[in-house]
Design a protein around this ligand. Structure first.
Ligand code: SF4
Length: 399
């Protein structure tokens, strides 16, 4: 079984500010000193769970976001819990990909002709207990210069790269990899785009400004690399209003300013969890706090929980997620997210008033490309069960 790795990446930090190296809590005993309200029985369970699934939290997150209160809903999201022990461990979410993907590389995930996702690392400064990577065969460690060259060499030659419009840098967390790797990626992409009719843009998906904002705020080399990469968008993974710290708002301003000739869009997306952020008022408060700084932040995807990984106690049924969207939909369009249902075949977006009909244990959904998906009406859904039945649809090619 793979786990997200425990070795912090080599990230350059200002020499005058070397005190801002990640300060990570990796032992339950250490956490107990910071959260003395942790009950002894819960602490014992956490010790057991953390032997199977790593535990890691930045001190910043513990001191600035968590409350020393067993009723803090965020505890379940970041502290090891016994529900993790009953989760299935055979999910391989990345297994379904286009047969005509532009690049064949373990870090390259392509479900759409126009978009590919690159798993730059398996590292994040903190570990979400619901992490959808936890049970998967993720490629270990960080992407290398050689990996980047291999991908771009193939892209240059591939007959399937013409349709590609966007590369998503994901992880783990792309803002936790070495700045020199982001710079190299930027160099190769700039070179490639010079020979293309339609440029390929980059989108960064990150939770690092929530976990450990100092990494970005204090690293000149990381800032220079992001500026060189010039992403068209940054998608921030934020799940609760309390995660919107002053430091996160500073990161948002910085990410915006780093786009020198072309400013990026800043958006936010998040999974839904029962008892944590399944209240439209909580989500609205989070959006308002994110949008309270100098830079507008647009809600992007409201993510129906991944069927695996998400702790059973916090899993919602699809109609419940839809009711949350319905409550959020009566707002200016710029403040309304899209409700997306992740499936191995691709994302299915559903509307606030779309009729969800039980067709005998499943709803019939469609991916963005129109591929039909049987989505379980139950709590549990193991994508591997249906993978053999995934239809391969020949889609028209548009230029
Ligand atoms: S930020 Fe994403 S990749 Fe990192 S631990 Fe959380 S869910 Fe997993």
């Amino acid at each position: 079984m793979k786990q997200l790795r425990d070795t912090p990446p080599n990230v350059e930090v200002n020499s005058e500010d070397s005190s801002k190296q990640p300060d990570l809590i990796t032992h339950i005993s250490e956490l107990r000193r910071l959260l003395p309200a942790l009950p002894p029985e819960r602490t014992r369970t956490m010790e057991v769970v953390s032997e199977r699934y790593q535990f890691r939290l930045p001190r910043f997150y513990v001191e600035h976001i968590l409350e020393n209160d067993p009723n803090d809903p965020l505890w379940d999201l970041v502290l090891p819990g016994e529900q993790e022990l009953v989760a299935t461990d055979d999910e391989r979410w990345d297994a379904f990909q286009l047969q005509t993907k532009a690049v064949d590389h373990p870090r390259w995930i392509q479900k759409y002709r126009y978009e590919a996702l690159i798993r730059t690392t398996d590292y994040c400064s903190g570990l979400c207990r619901y992490c959808y990577l936890k049970h998967r065969e993720v490629t270990a460690g960080s992407i290398s210069h050689r990996d980047i060259d291999a991908m771009f060499d193939q892209l240059t030659q591939s007959p399937h790269s013409a349709m590609l419009r966007e590369l998503i840098l994901s992880g783990g967390d792309p803002l936790a990899i070495s700045a020199s790797l982001l710079e190299h990626f930027a160099d190769r992409l700039t070179h490639l785009n010079q020979s293309r009719t339609h440029a390929i843009t980059v989108s960064i998906h990150t939770r690092e400004p929530v976990w450990y904002p100092q990494r970005l705020l204090s690293s000149n080399s990381l800032q220079a690399a992001v500026a060189k990469l010039s992403p068209s968008s940054h998608i921030l993974h934020v799940v609760h209003p309390r995660e919107v710290t002053r430091e996160l708002l500073s990161c948002i301003e910085l990410l915006h300013e780093l786009g020198s000739s072309r400013k990026p869009i800043i958006m936010t997306q998040h999974p839904l969890f029962r008892g944590i952020n399944d209240d439209p008022a909580v989500i609205t408060e989070m959006y308002s706090r994110l949008d309270s700084g100098r830079i507008p932040v647009k809600p992007y995807y409201l993510i129906h929980p991944f069927p695996d990984g998400t702790l059973a106690r916090h899993r919602l049924k699809l109609p419940e997620s839809q009711m949350i969207l319905r409550a959020l939909a009566s707002a200016p369009g710029t403040r309304v997210p899209l409700l997306t249902v992740p499936t191995p075949m691709g994302k299915c977006v559903i509307g606030p008033y779309e009729i969800l009909q039980d067709r005998g244990g499943y709803y019939l959904l469609h991916t963005k490309d129109g591929i039909p998906v049987h989505y379980s009406t139950g709590d549990h859904y193991n994508p591997s069960e249906a993978r053999a039945n995934i239809p391969v649809v020949q889609l028209p090619i548009y230029n």
